[in-house]
Write a protein that binds this ligand. Structure first.
Ligand code: UDP
Length: 328
């Protein structure tokens, strides 16, 4: 049975979330194959995984939109016969990086996902696709339940990410329908924690890097827009619980505690108290969602999962890690 198998393949395995998936699986004794083209992930995450000193890790440098046969044939013997899950987590995920790599973002979530589905089917493994709260777009309801169909602009600066993820969900759903498979998808809300690329550009890492450098903190718009931030350990526990389940429908994984961006500034300042940082205000980006908060009723009831780490604790852990990193 797939769930007794001991190999997982993680696309984007040297990225932020991918490296945490890899770490926890290695600690649980799995054979882990990370496939990454290092377009937004870091060599330092690869070094971290290698430093776990295991012979159960293989890191393949490859683009998952290209045929997988070029590297699959050279994996250690027997690993793929033991393949349990393919986590399709390769994709730029921050607005600046997915806008920089806009076409690559579209292909990795569509062609890359298609490759992941075919590959998993060959070995009887289950795909878990990293979908996103972005599929709700600039939501007109809050909190967002999985039934909410979204408010997304097909032609804006975020559409390369949002619509590619939406197509990915449809592709996976249709693949299950037509091929009678049981692949799944999680809708990931804003997540933070160690091993985020310091140059990623998302708000939590930006604020911590900026605070370490003495400010100012960059605020887009007036800072009244909201996000709900989930600590990475909570998120990974949720994803792994989902992966081990038989659910195919999407489930929101995120922390429902909602903060305005100005509220996040205050949380960051508490870590550096008594410092108060200058705020540097910038134009509000087009199509930036005004309000985002997951309804996690489905995760609570179907997976018995909920987040445990409050924002203040998670920020403090992330800051401890960031202080050990070189900042340019
Ligand atoms: N943001 C900000 N300053 C920054 C980075 C982001 O005010 O330095 C805002 C951004 O406009 C958005 C929110 O913070 O409203 C979250 O942005 P992020 O890029 O982290 O992720 P998103 O949820 O938009 O994908």
């Amino acid at each position: 049975m797939a769930n007794q198998r001991k190999t997982v393949l993680i696309t984007g395995g040297c990225g932020f979330l991918g490296s945490h998936l890899a770490e926890t699986h290695l600690k649980d004794g799995y054979q882990v194959i990370c496939v990454d083209n290092f377009s937004t992930s870091t060599q330092s995450n690869a070094s971290f995984l290698n430093s776990l000193g295991t012979d159960k890790l293989v890191i393949v440098e490859a683009d998952v939109i290209e045929p997988w046969s070029t590297w699959a044939d050279s994996l250690p013997e027997g690993w793929l016969e033991d393949l349990s899950h393919v986590y399709h987590f390769a994709s730029p995920a921050s607005p600046p990086l997915y806008q920089l790599l806009a076409l690559e973002t579209m292909w990795v979530n569509t062609i890359g996902l298609s490759n992941a589905l075919s590959f998993a089917d060959k070995f009887g493994a289950r795909v878990v696709f990293a979908s996103t709260s972005e599929i709700y777009g600039d939501a007109e309801v809050s909190p967002q339940t999985e039934d909410y169909k979204g408010n997304v602009n097909t032609l804006g600066p975020r559409s390369c990410y949002d619509e590619a993820k939406r197509f990915g969900e449809s592709l996976l759903f249709t693949h299950n329908w037509k091929k009678n498979t049981k692949h799944g998808m999680v809708r990931i809300f804003n997540t933070y924690g160690p091993r985020m690329n310091p140059a990623d550009g998302r708000v939590v890492i930006n604020f911590l890097v900026q605070a370490l450098q003495g400010g100012p903190l960059t605020i887009y718009g007036d800072g009244s827009q909201t996000r709900s931030f989930c600590y990475v350990d909570d998120l990974i526990r949720g994803i792994r619980t989902y992966a081990a389940s038989k659910f195919c429908e999407p489930i929101n994984i995120g922390n429902p505690s909602e903060f305005t961006i100005l509220g996040l500034v205050q949380e960051v300042e508490k870590l550096f108290a008594p410092a108060v940082f200058e705020r540097s205000f910038h134009p509000f980006p087009q199509d930036d969602p005004r309000q985002r908060r997951p309804d996690i009723t489905r995760a609570r009831t179907q997976l018995s999962w909920e987040p445990r780490v409050p924002l203040a604790d998670g920020l403090s852990r992330m800051l401890d890690w960031l202080k050990t990193q070189p900042l340019s």
